[in-house]
Design a binder for this molecule. Sequence first.
Ligand SMILES: Cc1ncc(COP(=O)(O)O)c(C=O)c1O
Length: 463
Amino acid sequence: MMKEFPLNGMNIDGINKKLEDYGDKDIKNSKGRLFTYFYDPGIPELNDLDKLFLTFSKRNGMDYHAFPSTLKIENDVTAMMLSLLHSDNGSGTFTTGGTESIILAMKSARDTFLENYSGIPEVIVPVTGHPSFGKAAEYLGLKIKRIGVDSNYRADPEELKNAINEKTAMIVASAPAFPYGIMDNIKEFSEIASDHNIWMHVDACVGGMILPFLKKLGSNIPDYDFKLPGVSSISVDLHKYGFTPKGSSVILYKNEKLREHQIYVNAGWPGYPMSNAGIQATKSAGPLAGSWAVLNYLGFNGYTSLAKKTLDAYKKISNGIEKTGYKITGKPDATIFAFQDDNSDIFETGVELIDRGWYPQIQPSNTALKLPSTVHLNISPVHVEVADEFLETISDIHNNVSNNKIKRTEFNKKSSAEDLLKLIKAHPEDKTLFYHILNQIDSKTGEEIFKKITDEDFTASKN
Ligand SMILES: Cc1ncc(COP(=O)(O)O)c(C=O)c1O
């Protein structure tokens, strides 16, 4: 616990020990235990590339005249990604992650739209679209209009048509959407975008580095990339199925003109003339060099064989889960999926998995959206090795979870955010209370509780 700025420095052993102690309770990715946050190719040799990450992290990509390697590496990475997604004359930028890629695409679309419109532009996003669109809208002063999904959880083209008006600056589709791993009706969306001459963004943050290889393996993947003429921009995270270091994504544009508004320049202050393609000014080249290294180490064939392992693990795990008695949500398109339980409490299953050392995402729903509560798994190549063990665990949980049921804490759905937060804190033994509350109250109050929790967690010297 540190309450004040240290007067004297600590020795190296002390620093190592302290940070290792801090990391004691972090979930460790040994033996494929994580089904989220970490995409594990199971290739120990990739760790040999970490030293490149460290070397290049000391170079500043903000000034590519001083560090010309950073420009060469970035142009290589974006060219590789544009060719993978079937663009001949597109452009792109390396970013810190999906959220930055999405913020930049929305800024480019907004400023292009504002060339001919004054007022608050709107962005149409399916309810399954990632929250980073909402975050970008808050940052950029845009309005998000959410549209629903059809019976297979794909964004509904009819709802899209009804939602479009003269304020629409951008429409969004996901390839696939994170919650259930299901792709939107991207071809129909791109046709609607072309008909209305509206910017269309495809969020392939989670899918962009697995879909091309699943397609090569013969999976039935509908078109989602620059092959479709209506697609203006695509976000792809390399730090997900690209297996590159955290802090790496690309935003890609159909042509250079569309990227124009993304670039910020300032040559009018008394300091150095500054130009930034993305949000950062000073920019560590570590994730960039780390990404170049992994993309080149694996190549198309390497990624295809990893996709094969991922697909094998996905089939085995999802079939096994279904046989156990859970229901897979919709018909997932790639290797990400969610499952639900119509007879028992899926939150208990999720928490029980975590208690037994596995780490899925627990996804409370929102009754207003009529979407189910689920447990979500992202499958990695390494899961092939632990599929049997995982299925034994899930079967045991399914057979026992209803017997283990703890007494559910009662709560009043109409209570204030403050009172609900007090209740959650007063019942640490009820590990699923937070999810149940989120599931049953309006999302505005839910968000208020969540903001308070986050604010309190990040209080200096709280440790
Ligand atoms: C579909 C999708 N879009 C955007 C994001 C945001 O990416 P990041 O966490 O890298 O900012 C995610 C993250 O899971 C995602 O799955």
